[in-house]
Structures are given as C-alpha cells and as structure tokens.
Design a protein around this ligand. Structure first.
Ligand code: AMP
Ligand code: GLY
Length: 424
C-alpha cells in the first residue's frame, strides 16, 4: 500500500513510525513532514490546508490511504473533497469535524442529547457575556469558540480577570475569528483523561486510555499549552469510568449526530474531567491527541492500517486492537518561552546517544536538520517516549533519556505521569 500522512508534528512522526512497521506498507509520503519524518517517509512540500494540491498528489501517486494528522484540514473539509474524488481518507468530514471546530456546536449537541458536561452559555457580544458572568461563581472558565491550538481557554480566579478575558477574546480579537463568540462554562473539578476511540459512526473501538499534562509547569502551574507530556494507560479511567463513557457519552453522541444526518468516521478524542459525580465532557477533538498519540502508538501491538480501514469501511465491529501491557510515557521538551513567543534555531545535542535506544523513541515535533546538526524550530520540539514494565520503570527510563538531550533554554515538566505512580 501507498500511504500519505498529512502533518509535520510529533503526532504525525508517531503515526508514520507506527505505519512504517506495517507489513502491508510499500511506501509512505508525508505532507509536509519534517527532517526526522523524512527518515521514514518521503516528504512532500504541500501544507495541510492546501486541500486541492493534496488531492491532486494523492491521485497522481495512486495513494491507497491518506491519514490526516491535524484538525485544520478536517475542519476545512478535506475528507469531503477526497471522497468526492474517490480517494480513501481517514478523518471525519467537515460536518462531523465541527465537534472540534466549534465549541458552541459541541455544547449544543451535548445539551440536546443529555451528555454530562459543564453548564455553559455562548455569547457573541461582551455586554451579554458580562451580564451572564456576574451570576456565576469563581473560578470562571472563558473559551474562544473556534480553533486556538489548545490556548483559547482562560481560567480566571476573579470576576475582573474574567471580564478582561472576555474583552481580550471578543473585543481585542486575541484569537482572531475563533473569538467571534465566547463560551462561558462552569468550572469542573477533578482529574482529566483523554479517551480516544475509532468510530465508523455506528460502532466504537476504544483505544487505550491516556492522560495529557496541559499546563506548562510542574504541579499544573502556568498557562495551558498544546500538551507537555502524556502517558498510557491512565488509571483514572477505571473499568467503571470506561463503561460510563461508552454509555453516557458515545452512544448518545453518535445517535444525536445521526439524527442530524452527520456520520462521524475517524478518530474521536473525548477530553474528560472525571468528577466526583462521574465523567464529564470538556471537549472533543476530531483527530489523535498530541502528545497522547505518541505513547498510544508505542503501546499498540496491532497493525494500525486495518483499524483505519475498518473505520472508513464501517466495519469496526469486525476488528480488535491488541495492546502491549507495558505502560508508555512521553515527555515533551519545549523551547524557551513556549507557549508564548519562543526561541528558534538552537542546536540540539545528545540525539545521537539515543539513535539505537531500545526501550523508546524520540518523536520530533519542531526540529530541522542543518547538515548534521539538529536545530529547534517549534515551541514543542521533541517528544521523548519510552515503555517500561511498570509506570515507575517507564518514568525512570524516559527521564534518563531526557537527560541525554540538551539545548540552550530547553524546558520540560519533571512530573509527567506522577498521578499514575501510586497505581504502578
Ligand atoms: P479545552 O480547549 O476546552 O480542552 O480546554 C483546555 C483545558 O482547560 C482543559 O484540558 C482543562 O484543563 C481546562 N478546562 C477547560 N474547561 C474546563 C472546565 N469547564 N473546568 C475546568 N477546567 C477546564
Ligand atoms: N493534547 C491535547 C490535544 O491534542 O488536544
């Protein structure tokens, strides 16, 4: 088979790494890919939002399956375009991808189908938003409606901060058109978990559970990021929580979408808060989580391709996924300043020492190669990922590997998977 993966980050490196192990693969292309991805796939200089060029390329190269990494092409309708041209693609169509693309759409679906989530209001003007706000209690959760790379959520301790957040989003347009509306939410207390499933719109195949670490500093301090590290499995997703998510979230959600004539086919990421009264939905994503994808791909024993194909063909009831029992953990190394304005072009040292690493792999999120030197290019730079016999062993191993790597201003969290250790 010839495969095209779209994207260039750590998640796409992990997808390419996993697909590369499939005996059914003859050739992998990645658009646009990266220098590190280029060691496993042929990179093609087309960006994820250049939908027509991607379709032309898939047609010309007789690609058997295109796998979409990031959300933007999905919300722009890449699956609709590919399907109209009879090209096989893994990822939901534009209507279904609204579950990620619009928080207001998602909240309405949740409410209409009785799915547990935070109480909320959606407002398009600052005066209405502030009138609603004064009737709520602290902490206040203020979100830009559209896509904001995981950074469009502000959790405010005081009313003054919350009012400033509303001004920032609706008036100053800090997130551009993504902030044409704000969603004001009840604050949910509990532990978060990422619950990813494959669904063909009818059947659901849950993947292993995982947990992300959104805040930039240890002990969940500092601003939200795209994700500073992840591990799998997440003990907070007990068998009871697992059953409840299937019954209370996924079944009513797919029924609700069907009633709107929306068929979701792809990876559905359910971001959960496990509260005292059970799991509640924080958000949906229409694609694999990044960095959750990295430990999940490391734990997946089965070939990924038949699972993706069964999703497209509506046959997910006919496949199962096998998992390595060993837990896996990914620690994200970031550039100085991330998630704000950050450094670029710093030389990374130590990657050569991990070239033959047996217990893990270093996924690249934002690097480039200049002759034989690796340089930083992104905010999230590397995702150092390891497996171990226990979570404690995986943690020791991953941080040993992290210790081999350095560059000026490198930052990472030292407490990834700490919540899971008492269960280890
Ligand atoms: P979102 O982009 O909606 O996933 O939100 C990003 C992060 O903000 C989440 O992963 C949570 O850590 C936090 N968050 C979002 N909504 C809430 C909420 N209602 N209560 C508490 N924390 C929240
Ligand atoms: N790690 C969270 C996300 O991918 O949205």
């Amino acid at each position: 088979m010839k495969i095209l993966v779209i994207g260039s980050g750590g998640r796409e490196h992990a997808l390419v790494w996993k697909i590369h192990q499939s005996p059914r693969v003859d050739k992998i292309f990645c658009a646009p890919g990266s220098a590190a991805i280029g060691e496993l796939a042929e990179c093609v200089a087309i960006n994820p939002e250049q939908l027509d060029r991607l379709a032309d390329f898939a047609e010309k190269e007789h690609i058997d399956l295109t796998v979409v990494g990031p959300e933007l092409p999905l919300t722009l309708g890449i699956a609709d375009l590919f399907e109209s041209r009879h090209l096989r693609i893994f990822g939901p169509n534009q209507a279904a991808a609204q579950l990620e693309g619009s928080k207001a759409f998602t909240k309405e679906i949740l409410r209409a189908n009785g799915i547990p989530t935070a109480a909320f209001a959606t407002c398009a003007d600052a005066a209405t938003a502030k009138r609603y706000l004064v009737r709520q209690k602290s902490p206040y959760v203020i979100k830009a409606d559209g896509l904001a790379a995981g950074k469009g959520v502000l959790i405010c301790a005081t009313l003054a901060e919350a009012e400033a957040a509303i001004e920032e989003i609706l008036v100053q347009k800090a997130f551009g058109a993504a902030g044409d509306k704000v969603v004001i939410e009840e604050y949910l207390d509990g532990e978060e978990a990422s619950f990813m499933v494959l669904t063909d719109g009818e059947h659901v195949l849950p993947l292993a559970s995982s947990q992300d670490h959104k805040r930039v500093f240890d002990n969940d301090q500092g601003p939200n990021t795209g994700g500073m590290g992840a591990y799998s499995p997440a003990p907070v997703v007990t068998p009871e929580v697992h059953e409840r998510v299937l019954r209370e979230v996924l079944t009513p959600l797919l029924d609700g979408l069907q009633r709107k004539n929306i068929r979701y086919r792809g990876l559905l990421y359910v971001g959960l808060m496990i509260t005292k009264s059970g799991p509640k939905v924080i958000e949906f994503n229409a694609r694999f989580g990044d960095p959750e994808c990295q430990p999940i791909m490391m734990r997946l024993k089965s070939d990924l391709l038949p699972l993706l194909e069964a999703t497209i063909d509506g046959k997910l009831d006919q496949v199962t996924a096998q998992w390595h029992q060993d837990p896996a953990i990914c620690v994200v190394l970031t550039a100085n300043g991330y998630p704000g304005a950050h450094d670029k072009g710093k030389e990374i040292s130590g990657l050569d020492k991990l070239a033959d690493w047996q217990q893990g792999f270093v996924f690249h999120a934002g690097t480039a190669k200049d002759n034989n030197r690796w340089l930083t290019t992104g905010g999230r730079v590397l995702g150092v990922t390891a497996r171990g016999k226990s979570m404690a062993e995986a943690v020791t191993e991953v941080y040993r590997a992290v210790g081999e790597i350095s560059w000026a201003g490198m930052h990472y969290r030292k407490d990834i998977a700490r919540r899971a250790l008492p269960h280890s």
